[in-house]
Design a protein around this ligand. Structure first.
Ligand SMILES: NC(=O)c1ccc[n+]([C@@H]2O[C@H](COP(=O)([O-])OP(=O)(O)OC[C@H]3O[C@@H](n4cnc5c(N)ncnc54)[C@H](O)[C@@H]3O)[C@@H](O)[C@H]2O)c1
Length: 239
């Protein structure tokens, strides 16, 4: 098995995902780009055509990466959509648009992360980065579905961070604003990370360049406090 590190980047055919894939490739990682259309991933990479909302397609793609490279070191859950022009305020948003936005932005990261974790747990190492949005922290007006879906990504990130830090798999979210910045939108106010969150590898505002070199890229801006069950989390029961 080769020791060259391998990254899967979803939504790598364009925009931010293409830039992340490009940078990781430049930094020496072998990149598997996963998108609905082909990705340009360099000579050492592979392009996987798959829909992140389709469990069978995701499982097949991840298995293909393991077959090809032998390991999975980094997953960047970047594929995302903001929804059609009809997906605006709640009462105007078509139900199918709500479902579509949540499927790509929230179900997609769940399926992809679920698929790579067995390999990372076997290796005893890995790194998951979820591309959230400032919309996951503060509401974008007239963007009900996107705001809610990115909020789910933020909480999903916290859940993963607290569950997998002890397995050597840090999980982070970015960009929550300018990548690597320390802006003023932090809901917990200024200062360092909440107690325990740095240790648990939860951070936001990831600098993609840092992923190639360090398991915990620094300079991030925290999204909030990760609270372990039974250690301060309020439990609300229905019925
Ligand atoms: N552009 C911004 O200003 C901004 C700001 C904050 C967060 N984000 C987030 O960054 C991520 C990338 O945004 P972008 O602006 O580069 O978008 P983009 O539209 O340029 O790229 C998104 C990519 O995801 C792919 N994709 C969409 N649905 C998919 C699916 N079901 N399966 C597989 N691939 C799929 C698309 O084909 C596309 O290549 C998104 O999650 C977005 O919400 C973007």
């Amino acid at each position: 098995m080769s020791e060259t590190r391998t990254a899967i980047v979803t939504g790598a055919a364009s925009g931010i995902g293409a830039a992340i894939a490009d940078r990781l490739g430049t930094d020496g990682l072998r990149v598997a780009g996963l998108d609905l259309t082909a990705c340009r991933v360099g000579a050492d990479g592979i392009s996987l055509i798959a829909d992140v909302t389709d469990p069978a397609a995701v499982d097949y793609a991840v298995a293909e990466v393991r077959r090809t490279f032998g390991r999975i070191d980094v997953l960047v859950n970047n594929a995302g959509i903001s929804g059609s022009p009809e997906a605006t305020s709640c009462h105007l948003t078509p139900i199918e648009e709500w479902d579509r936005v949540h499927a790509v932005n929230s179900r997609g990261p769940f399926l992809c992360t679920r698929a790579v974790l067995p390999a990372m747990l076997e290796q005893g190492s890995g790194h998951v980065i979820n591309i959230a949005s400032v919309a996951g922290l503060v509401a974008f007006p007239g963007r009900c579905a996107y705001t809610a879906a990115k909020g789910a990504v933020v909480q999903f990130t916290k859940s993963l961070a607290i569950d997998y830090a002890e397995h050597g798999i840090p999980v982070e979210a970015g960009p929550a604003g300018p990548a690597g910045g320390r802006g003023g939108a932090d809901p917990d106010g200024p200062g360092g990370p909440a107690r325990g969150t740095r240790r648990r590898g939860f951070r936001a505002g990831v600098d993609p360049a840092g992923l190639s070199h360090r398991p915990h890229p620094g300079g991030g801006r925290r999204l909030g406090r990760a609270v372990a069950p039974g250690r301060g989390a309020k439990e609300i029961r229905s019925g």
